[in-house]
Design a protein around this ligand. Structure first.
Ligand code: SF4
Length: 441
């Protein structure tokens, strides 16, 4: 191949994958690939996949089916698959989908430039072996992209919790915390580049440092980050309820830069289901942590995840989930129907909840949440919120930013304000966003 080569990346699943996609784009710049948003013009298409839910995995295979048509005799197109499906399938994927040129696992991003060069020579390869802890520490994704006022910073990867339904420990590997000195250095540099807000990222971010002798705790890391001059805001995601320590809760009262939002997946409101899920906390313990967070930071916005139709979940268990939702009063939720994942313990449980019943429960849960989200968003009407202006809204004629509690706000103002902290009077609460008027434009 000669001349400029174009790279199109399609990202499935979570923010961790989105962060990996940025890293892939930056690695492939080194072998001459420039990102494009037009898959029809790309020389290399990479699907960065998610296998956390069956539906997401099916989507990847149907997309691969569609992409086959783009590979014609007159068009030289390379096709790569990375992420969790690649990790899970490895060589099998090369055999099952003969038009795929390369498959790379969650620990193998650093091998991608070599693999792409090999694919350009016609060699098809799958690299999905996990790497040792020292090498992982040296290869932590670092996002040096410039131009945005917000940035994601990966602080840990993998998970040791083995919730019975979850494939993450198998496809992302064991938990590892990045060196704190490196994290602080990355954030310091980001602030020098104009970044105002960082979101600390990890599968189980609040267990940061726990398994690393000599490393600081997550609460200590937050305090050090909050002390960085010029940084306005810190957020983090995703948290595990069992690792919300008293010290971390104290940070919400101590650190004004720590935003008043916590994403705390409960997954179920029933103790029986939580035990089968191997979540490591009871409904009461979860609610006690929520109460402590609300006391430490009045007005804190809580979001969460729920799985409905877990094997054995009865109507009574499901009602416990709905009542937990009402007690916590979530600002928003991600909710899913249970689907068995390969290798997980729950895949061997007798699944007695019918597909129809699971779907009906999901619809009931989502209808309740929609009502609660709208009601909550309306409570902001008439309030004044401090917003970090992040950019021009999708419609193109407004700016958008987020409140301290992570609600999106759209308002009309001059685009030169992108990157500034402004005050906005909220005039209307909608299901997915708030509308406001800037104060002293
Ligand atoms: S905490 Fe549980 S649900 Fe979250 S990544 Fe780990 S195993 Fe999966």
């Amino acid at each position: 191949m000669t001349g400029e080569k174009l790279l199109y990346i399609e990202t499935f699943g979570c923010q961790m994958n989105a962060s990996d996609s940025d890293k892939i784009a930056s690695l492939l710049k080194g072998v001459g690939y420039k990102p494009t948003t037009d898959s029809a013009r790309a020389d290399l298409i990479i699907l960065n996949t998610c296998s956390v839910r069956e539906k997401a995995e099916h989507k990847v295979y149907s997309q691969l089916g569609r992409l086959r048509e783009l590979k014609t005799e007159t068009r030289r197109l390379l096709l790569g698959v990375g992420g969790c499906v690649a990790q899970q399938e490895g060589e099998r994927l090369l055999k099952r989908v003969p038009w795929v040129d390369l498959v790379f696992g969650t620990h193998n991003l650093h091998q991608l430039p070599d693999m792409v060069r090999a694919a350009e020579r016609g060699e098809r390869r799958a690299e999905v072996q996990f790497i040792d802890a020292e090498t992982r520490l040296d290869l932590f994704p670092r996002d040096d992209a410039s131009g945005s006022v917000t940035r994601f910073v990966t602080v840990m990867q993998g998970c040791d919790n083995f919730c019975s339904y979850c494939i993450v420990p198998y496809v992302r590997g064991r938990e590892i915390s990045r060196r704190s000195a490196e994290i602080l250095d990355e954030i310091q540099n980001a602030v020098s580049d104009g970044v105002k807000e960082v979101t600390l990222l990890g599968q189980n971010v609040n267990s940061y440092g726990l398994a690393t002798p000599g490393e600081i705790s997550f609460a200590e890391l937050l305090r050090k980050i909050a002390a960085i001059d010029g940084l306005e805001r810190v957020r983090f995601t995703t948290s595990h309820p069992k690792d919300i320590s008293a010290d971390l809760i104290a940070c919400f009262s101590e650190l004004p830069k720590l935003c008043g939002h916590v994403h705390l997946p409960a997954q179920s409101g029933s103790d029986a289901v939580l035990t089968w899920m191997n979540r490591g906390y009871t409904r009461r313990e979860y609610l006690e942590k929520i109460a402590a967070l609300k006391a430490a930071r009045p007005g804190i916005q809580v979001t969460g995840d729920f799985i409905v139709g877990f094997p054995g979940e009865t109507e009574e268990d499901f009602l416990q989930t709905l009542s937990l939702m009402e007690e916590v009063c979530y600002a928003d939720l991600f909710s899913f129907v249970y689907s068995p994942r390969p290798e997980t313990k729950a895949a061997g449980f007798a699944d007695k909840v019918s597909r129809k019943e699971k779907q009906a429960r999901l619809e009931r849960l989502q209808a309740l949440q929609l009502e609660m989200t709208l009601e909550r968003n309306r409570t902001f009407e008439g309030t004044r919120q401090r917003i970090l202006v992040e950019g021009v809204s999708k419609r193109g004629d407004q700016l958008f930013g987020r409140t301290d509690g992570n609600r999106i706000v759209n308002f009309t103002a001059d685009p030169s304000l992108v990157g500034a902290m402004v005050e906005v009077d909220i005039t209307r609460g909608y299901p997915n966003s708030l509308l406001g008027e800037i104060v002293n434009p």
